[in-house]
Design a protein. Sequence first.
Length: 87
Amino acid sequence: MTERETINGTPITEEQIAAWADEAETGYDVAAMKKRGRGRPGRGAEPSQVVALRLTLAEISAIDERAVREGKSRSEVIREALHLSTA
């Protein structure tokens, strides 16, 4: 294996591969695996939609700075701004 093989930037080791193989050989609890939800949780009673939005680097930077400052996600900051503009 080469040093370039990673998962989320973490190198995959031979020990990790062996552990995965051992886990696969013992079998998986299919019922437990099926209990996991699919996708992101909903935000309310109605389905939500993803909307593409073009922003400048300065606008994205301002949103991200506020999100970090307030401990929120980028999406939360944008939704709050939309709510305030329609209130």
